[in-house]
Design a binder for this molecule. Structure first.
Ligand code: I3S
Length: 144
Protein backbone atom coordinates (compact mmCIF):
# COMPACT_ATOMS: atom_id res chain seq x y z
CA UNK A 1 0.00 0.00 0.00
CA UNK A 2 1.07 3.55 -0.63
CA UNK A 3 2.21 5.36 2.47
CA UNK A 4 -0.38 7.75 3.75
CA UNK A 5 0.82 11.31 3.66
CA UNK A 6 -0.60 13.42 6.43
CA UNK A 7 -2.78 16.33 5.57
CA UNK A 8 -0.20 19.07 5.42
CA UNK A 9 0.34 21.75 2.81
CA UNK A 10 4.09 21.56 3.04
CA UNK A 11 6.22 19.23 1.08
CA UNK A 12 8.69 17.19 3.01
CA UNK A 13 12.14 18.53 2.30
CA UNK A 14 14.03 15.86 4.14
CA UNK A 15 13.24 13.00 6.47
CA UNK A 16 15.18 10.19 8.03
CA UNK A 17 16.35 8.45 11.16
CA UNK A 18 18.75 10.34 13.37
CA UNK A 19 19.87 9.90 16.92
CA UNK A 20 18.31 12.65 18.94
CA UNK A 21 18.19 14.01 22.44
CA UNK A 22 16.37 17.03 23.73
CA UNK A 23 18.68 19.04 25.98
CA UNK A 24 16.40 21.93 26.93
CA UNK A 25 12.69 22.54 26.98
CA UNK A 26 11.15 25.97 27.42
CA UNK A 27 14.63 27.20 28.25
CA UNK A 28 15.10 24.64 31.03
CA UNK A 29 17.99 22.25 30.79
CA UNK A 30 17.09 18.56 30.52
CA UNK A 31 19.05 15.43 31.19
CA UNK A 32 20.16 13.83 27.93
CA UNK A 33 18.28 10.83 26.71
CA UNK A 34 19.68 9.75 23.34
CA UNK A 35 17.49 7.63 21.12
CA UNK A 36 16.57 7.07 17.50
CA UNK A 37 14.01 9.46 16.05
CA UNK A 38 12.26 9.83 12.70
CA UNK A 39 12.93 13.44 11.80
CA UNK A 40 10.89 15.36 9.23
CA UNK A 41 11.80 18.75 7.78
CA UNK A 42 8.90 20.43 5.98
CA UNK A 43 7.91 24.05 5.49
CA UNK A 44 8.96 25.92 8.59
CA UNK A 45 8.77 22.88 10.84
CA UNK A 46 11.12 20.30 12.18
CA UNK A 47 9.13 17.38 13.56
CA UNK A 48 10.29 14.40 15.58
CA UNK A 49 8.48 11.06 15.72
CA UNK A 50 9.35 8.07 17.83
CA UNK A 51 8.88 5.75 14.87
CA UNK A 52 9.33 5.97 11.11
CA UNK A 53 6.30 5.40 8.89
CA UNK A 54 5.74 1.65 8.30
CA UNK A 55 7.14 1.59 4.78
CA UNK A 56 9.88 4.14 5.55
CA UNK A 57 10.32 5.82 2.20
CA UNK A 58 12.30 9.02 2.35
CA UNK A 59 9.60 11.56 1.67
CA UNK A 60 6.78 11.06 4.14
CA UNK A 61 5.71 12.16 7.56
CA UNK A 62 5.55 9.82 10.51
CA UNK A 63 3.06 6.99 10.84
CA UNK A 64 -0.35 8.20 9.69
CA UNK A 65 -2.25 9.67 12.57
CA UNK A 66 0.65 9.37 14.98
CA UNK A 67 1.48 12.25 17.23
CA UNK A 68 4.88 13.77 16.88
CA UNK A 69 7.04 13.49 19.94
CA UNK A 70 8.07 17.08 19.45
CA UNK A 71 7.97 19.78 16.83
CA UNK A 72 9.64 23.15 16.47
CA UNK A 73 9.31 26.23 14.34
CA UNK A 74 12.44 26.94 12.34
CA UNK A 75 11.65 30.66 12.04
CA UNK A 76 14.41 32.33 14.03
CA UNK A 77 15.98 29.00 14.91
CA UNK A 78 19.69 28.70 15.53
CA UNK A 79 21.98 25.98 14.32
CA UNK A 80 25.43 25.16 15.62
CA UNK A 81 27.95 22.37 15.79
CA UNK A 82 27.32 20.27 18.84
CA UNK A 83 30.89 19.24 19.53
CA UNK A 84 31.07 21.14 22.81
CA UNK A 85 27.84 19.54 23.97
CA UNK A 86 28.55 15.89 23.31
CA UNK A 87 31.34 13.37 23.08
CA UNK A 88 29.62 11.85 20.04
CA UNK A 89 30.81 12.63 16.56
CA UNK A 90 28.73 14.44 13.93
CA UNK A 91 26.46 16.31 16.30
CA UNK A 92 24.26 19.25 15.39
CA UNK A 93 22.73 21.60 17.97
CA UNK A 94 19.33 23.03 17.09
CA UNK A 95 17.63 25.75 19.17
CA UNK A 96 14.11 26.70 18.22
CA UNK A 97 10.74 27.69 19.55
CA UNK A 98 8.02 25.09 19.87
CA UNK A 99 5.71 25.09 16.90
CA UNK A 100 2.52 27.00 17.52
CA UNK A 101 0.33 26.74 14.42
CA UNK A 102 -1.56 29.94 15.21
CA UNK A 103 1.56 32.01 15.77
CA UNK A 104 1.65 35.00 13.45
CA UNK A 105 4.43 35.01 10.85
CA UNK A 106 7.24 37.47 11.30
CA UNK A 107 10.70 37.74 12.75
CA UNK A 108 11.41 35.90 15.96
CA UNK A 109 13.86 36.79 18.62
CA UNK A 110 16.69 34.31 18.67
CA UNK A 111 17.23 34.39 22.40
CA UNK A 112 13.71 33.46 23.48
CA UNK A 113 14.06 30.32 25.58
CA UNK A 114 12.94 27.44 23.48
CA UNK A 115 13.68 23.83 22.88
CA UNK A 116 17.17 22.60 22.22
CA UNK A 117 18.02 19.35 20.53
CA UNK A 118 21.13 17.49 19.56
CA UNK A 119 20.96 15.50 16.34
CA UNK A 120 23.57 12.89 15.56
CA UNK A 121 24.41 10.38 12.89
CA UNK A 122 27.33 8.00 12.64
CA UNK A 123 27.34 8.81 8.93
CA UNK A 124 29.07 12.14 8.52
CA UNK A 125 27.54 12.77 5.08
CA UNK A 126 24.06 12.22 6.47
CA UNK A 127 24.52 14.76 9.24
CA UNK A 128 26.13 17.21 6.82
CA UNK A 129 23.13 16.89 4.50
CA UNK A 130 20.79 17.63 7.41
CA UNK A 131 22.92 20.61 8.39
CA UNK A 132 22.74 22.04 4.85
CA UNK A 133 19.01 21.41 4.54
CA UNK A 134 18.25 23.01 7.90
CA UNK A 135 20.53 25.97 7.23
CA UNK A 136 18.86 26.58 3.85
CA UNK A 137 15.39 26.55 5.40
CA UNK A 138 16.39 28.82 8.30
CA UNK A 139 18.03 31.30 5.91
CA UNK A 140 15.01 31.28 3.64
CA UNK A 141 12.69 31.92 6.60
CA UNK A 142 14.96 34.74 7.82
CA UNK A 143 14.46 36.50 4.46
CA UNK A 144 10.67 36.13 4.52
O1 I3S B 1 26.70 15.94 28.55
P1 I3S B 1 26.83 14.71 29.41
O2 I3S B 1 26.16 14.83 30.72
O3 I3S B 1 28.24 14.23 29.49
O4 I3S B 1 25.99 13.62 28.66
C1 I3S B 1 26.11 12.24 28.81
C2 I3S B 1 25.14 11.75 29.88
O5 I3S B 1 23.86 12.26 29.66
C3 I3S B 1 25.04 10.25 29.89
O6 I3S B 1 24.02 9.80 30.75
P2 I3S B 1 23.98 9.93 32.34
O7 I3S B 1 22.85 10.92 32.51
O8 I3S B 1 23.64 8.60 32.87
O9 I3S B 1 25.27 10.50 32.78
C4 I3S B 1 24.70 9.70 28.52
O10 I3S B 1 24.66 8.30 28.56
C5 I3S B 1 25.72 10.16 27.50
O11 I3S B 1 25.35 9.66 26.24
C6 I3S B 1 25.83 11.65 27.48
O12 I3S B 1 26.86 12.14 26.68
P3 I3S B 1 27.08 12.21 25.11
O13 I3S B 1 28.50 12.64 25.03
O14 I3S B 1 26.81 10.84 24.59
O15 I3S B 1 26.18 13.22 24.48
Amino acid sequence: PLPQVLDDPHEVERSGMLNMTKIAQGGRKLRKNWGPSWVVLAGNSLVFYREPPPTAPCTVWGPAGSRPESSVDLRGAALAHGRQLSSRRNVLHVSALPLIPEAPPGPRIRTVPGHEFLLQSDQEAELRAWHCALRAVIERLDRE
